[in-house]
Design a binder for this molecule. Structure first.
Ligand code: ZN
Ligand code: ZN
Length: 289
């Protein structure tokens, strides 16, 4: 198990039911309060819909809130998840761009369902959309719909038999390039952080991502061991990257709720906020020039 920054107070990697988590924003914040977290960031996949309600709930609970999202990107054949923190959630360009990714996700669901139907698994796309009830549906929603329809016995079975890579209903996911994702986050006033690098095993792409503006790296994550965290702390130091951390809690959908199990020290939150302030100042002078 990881034992990262256990004396910290921030969990900067959280999902709600606006992507593939199970908590509402209010439930998430109630859990954050129970865990005595001082700062949270919401990082739903390809959407910022949950940010406004989470911010409101945080304000009521006296918890500091940072807007965020988690984009799926690609670099040299590696799938890379990029966290965007502090983005302006009203930014029209950003909303337009992620709207395209949401449409791609919805089409992917239809394709997966079609492939299931071809092998006589009678799932309907509408059942998945109704269950997901969000703009960024994904494979976990298909798995839950299969369980709900009684077509498989468990989420694991859904992935093992149908949804895992190279299984009959697997459909490759379209991914934007890592540099485009970083640029999109910057244009929206945010900072770009490589999520859970220990899961993607793609250290070799880090220098090129730094060249194209990567701001930080998620050193502390539920699935990072203490040694993995230490490894990425060294990389952060070498490239002068921000250090972030979070539990990647999906509510009750992936076993026990993880919120608060990774606690980032506040000094790292302060550095993140300082970088955000710099970026905003730069974009203001850019637009007034
Ligand atoms: Zn991720
Ligand atoms: Zn995540």
């Amino acid at each position: 198990m990881s034992a990262p920054a256990a004396n910290g107070c921030a969990d900067l990697h959280l999902h709600t039911y606006f992507s593939d988590g199970t908590y509402s924003p209010e439930e998430l914040v109630a859990q954050a309060h129970r865990q005595e977290l001082r700062v949270v960031a919401l990082t739903d996949h390809d959407t910022v819909e949950g940010c406004a309600p989470t911010e409101n709930a945080c304000a009521a609970a006296g918890i500091e809130f940072i807007t965020g999202t988690e984009l799926t990107a690609e670099k040299d054949g590696h799938e890379i998840h990029i966290l965007g923190y502090g983005i302006d959630i009203q930014n029209a360009n950003f909303l337009g761009e992620i709207g395209k990714f949401q449409a791609v996700r919805q089409n992917r669901i239809r394709e997966m369902v079609q492939r299931l139907n071809e092998i006589n698994v009678p799932l309907q796309a509408e059942a998945v959309f109704a269950l997901a009830n969000c703009r960024a549906p994904g494979r976990p929603h298909v798995a839950r719909a299969l369980v709900q329809a009684g077509l498989v016995g468990s989420l694991d079975e859904a992935f093992e038999r149908f949804l895992k890579k190279n299984r009959p209903a697997w459909v490759p996911k379209f991914k934007m390039s890592a540099s485009n994702a970083t640029e999109l986050i910057h244009q929206s006033g945010g900072v770009a952080v490589m999520a859970h690098p220990g899961l993607n095993r793609s250290d070799e792409v880090i220098p090129a991502m730094v060249e194209t503006g990567l701001d930080g790296i998620e050193c502390f994550h539920t699935k990072h061991t203490a040694a993995t965290a230490e490894h990425y702390l060294q990389i952060a130091a070498r490239f002068q990257l921000l250090i972030t951390g979070g539990s990647d809690c999906h509510g009750l959908s992936k076993g026990r709720p993880l919120i608060g199990s990774v606690r980032l020290a506040y000094e790292h939150v302060e550095k993140l906020k300082a970088r955000l302030a710099q970026r905003r100042a730069a974009s203001v002078s850019h637009f007034s020039a």
